[in-house]
Design a protein around this ligand. Structure first.
Ligand SMILES: [Mn+2]
Length: 430
C-alpha cells in the first residue's frame, strides 16, 4: 500500500497553521518560564513519549449486542499494520503495535515482521486469547482456560500461550500479556481458591517458558464475561499472582477493569512502590468496562495516573519501565481517528504531569496544606500544552493537526475497492 500521508503531503497540510503554532508556542514558553519550567525540555520529553496501538483497535469494536463495521476496515494483520502506520505517521507517538493471537497469526510470521519493519513499526507485548474458542480448537473454554477444572483444557491454554511467546520472539516482542475470562456466573459455581490455584499452576508453566529478557503481564478484570466472580478480579489478586510467579511477572492496569470510582492512581502508586507495575491499557469509562476513548470521560483521572508515573521518574525509581498501550473499543468513530486522538490525550496527560512543581507539592504535603497541594496539581492540569505536543510532532515529521490532515486525504474512501467488507475481522474488546 502506498500511504497518502507522505512527508510532502503532511508538510503541505502543516503550512497553513505553522505561524499560529509558533506564536502559541512562544507565548506558552514565556508563561512556563515564569514558573521556572523550560519548554524545550518538555518538548524533548514529549518527543520521547510513546504509546502502543493494539492491532485489534484499528477495527470497529462493538458490544455484546451488535457491531456496526465501518468502511474499508482492515481484514488481516498486514492491513492492520498499514492503519497503525498511518496513525504513527500523523501523531508520531505510536511507534509500536501490540498483536493479539490467534487473530493476528499468519502462515508466514516472518513476513509480518518484515512488513512491520518496512512500515517503520516495532512490536509491543503479544496478547494470548483463551477467552473464546477458535474454529479448529479441540477443547472449549466455555468454563475457563488456565483455571479450568479439566487438566486437558488447562494444558491446551498453556500451549497456546507458549505458541504466543514463539510468535512474539519471531516479531521481536519482549512481553506476554495474559488476560483470562475465567470465572463464574453463579454463587457456588466455582471454588474460589481451587480455581486460583489451578490458574497459578498453569501460569507457572507459562512463566517458565519466558525468554530471559521477557516479562509476563497479568491483566485483571472485575467482571465480564463472568458476571459473578472472575479468577483474576482485581489488582490485589493480580499482584499476589505476580509475586507468586516471580520477578518477570508484573501487574497490568487496564483503566476500565475496576469498579466505578476506584482510586486507580493510588493502585498505580502501590504497584510502583513494590516494583510490580507492568504498564497500562489506556481507555476511559463512565459506568464499567466501557472501553471508551482515553480521556474522553475523566481526563483528570488520566492526569493523576501520570502524576504518579512522573513522580516515579522524578524519584528515579529502580527498574521503572511501564509499557503503555491503548485498549479501546471504537463503536461509532473511525478507529484511526479515535486512536490518534487517544494517543494524544495520553501524551497530553504525561506532559501536563511533567509540569507539576514536585518540590512545591512535597512541601505542601509536609505542611499538610491540602488546598495548595491540590492547587499545585490543578495548575499543571489546567495548562494548555497543545503547542508542546504539536511542536513535538512537527519535529518528527508529524502533523500539526493530525485529524484534519487524516481527513484531508480521504483514506477510507480510497481504500474501499481494496478492502471490501468481511463477516469477521478479528477486532473487538479485550
Ligand atoms: Mn485490556
Amino acid at each position: 500500500m502506498n500511504s497518502p500521508y507522505t512527508a510532502e503531503f503532511i508538510d503541505e497540510q502543516n503550512r497553513a497553521s505553522h505561524a499560529a503554532l509558533q506564536a502559541d508556542y512562544t507565548a506558552l514558553a514565556e508563561t512556563l518560564a515564569r514558573r521556572g519550567a523550560d519548554i524545550e525540555s518538555l518538548r524533548a520529553r514529549a518527543r520521547a513519549f510513546a504509546v502502543a496501538i493494539p492491532s485489534w483497535g484499528v477495527g470497529t469494536g462493538g458490544t455484546r449486542f451488535a457491531r456496526f463495521p465501518g468502511p474499508a476496515e482492515p481484514r488481516n494483520i498486514f492491513e492492520k499494520l498499514e492503519d497503525c502506520a498511518v496513525i504513527h505517521s500523523l501523531s508520531r507517538v505510536t511507534p509500536s503495535v501490540s498483536p493479539h493471537f490467534p487473530w493476528d497469526a499468519a502462515d508466514d510470521m516472518a513476513a509480518v515482521r518484515d512488513y512491520g519493519d518496512a512500515l517503520g513499526l516495532g512490536w509491543d507485548a503479544v496478547n494470548s486469547n483463551t477467552f473464546q474458542d477458535q474454529q479448529d480448537q479441540a477443547l472449549s473454554y466455555r468454563f475457563g482456560s488456565l483455571s479450568h477444572t479439566d487438566a486437558a483444557v488447562r494444558e491446551q491454554a498453556v500451549a497456546h500461550n507458549l505458541q504466543c511467546i514463539e510468535w512474539g520472539e519471531m516479531l521481536g516482542s519482549r512481553a506476554l500479556t495474559v488476560w483470562v475470562g475465567d470465572g463464574s456466573n453463579f454463587p457456588g459455581q466455582q471454588h474460589f481458591s481451587r480455581a486460583l490455584q489451578r490458574y497459578l499452576d498453569s501460569a507457572r508453566d507459562i512463566y517458565a517458558a519466558l525468554p530471559d529478557d521477557w516479562r509476563m503481564f497479568i491483566e485483571h478484570k472485575m467482571f465480564e464475561p463472568a458476571f459473578y466472580s472472575t479468577v483474576i478480579q482485581d489488582w490485589g489478586t493480580n499482584v499476589l499472582c505476580a509475586m507468586e510467579l516471580g520477578e518477570k511477572a508484573k501487574s497490568l492496569v487496564d483503566l476500565g477493569h475496576h469498579a466505578p470510582n476506584v482510586n486507580i492512581e493510588m493502585i498505580v502508586s502501590r504497584l510502583i512502590q513494590f516494583g510490580k507495575l507492568a504498564g497500562f491499557h489506556f481507555n476511559d469509562s463512565k459506568y464499567g468496562d466501557d472501553d471508551l476513548d482515553s480521556g474522553c470521560i475523566n481526563p483528570y483521572q488520566l492526569f493523576l495516573v501520570f502524576n504518579e508515573l512522573v513522580d516515579a521518574e522524578h524519584n528515579s525509581v529502580a527498574d521503572f519501565d511501564p509499557a503503555y498501550m491503548l485498549d479501546q473499543s471504537h463503536n461509532v468513530t473511525d478507529p484511526i481517528e479515535s486512536l490518534i486522538n487517544s494517543a494524544l490525550e495520553v501524551q497530553r496527560s504525561y506532559v501536563k504531569a511533567l509540569l507539576v512543581d514536585r518540590e512545591a507539592l512535597y512541601a505542601y504535603q509536609e505542611d499538610n496544606d491540602a488546598l495548595m497541594a491540590s492547587n499545585t496539581l490543578k495548575q499543571a492540569y489546567n495548562t494548555d500544552v497543545d503547542p508542546i505536543l504539536a511542536m513535538a510532532r512537527l519535529d518528527q515529521g508529524g502533523a500539526i493537526d493530525p485529524l484534519a490532515c487524516y481527513r484531508a486525504a480521504n483514506y477510507r474512501a480510497a481504500l474501499l475497492p481494496q478492502r471490501p467488507a468481511v463477516a469477521a475481522s478479528g477486532s473487538g474488546i479485550v
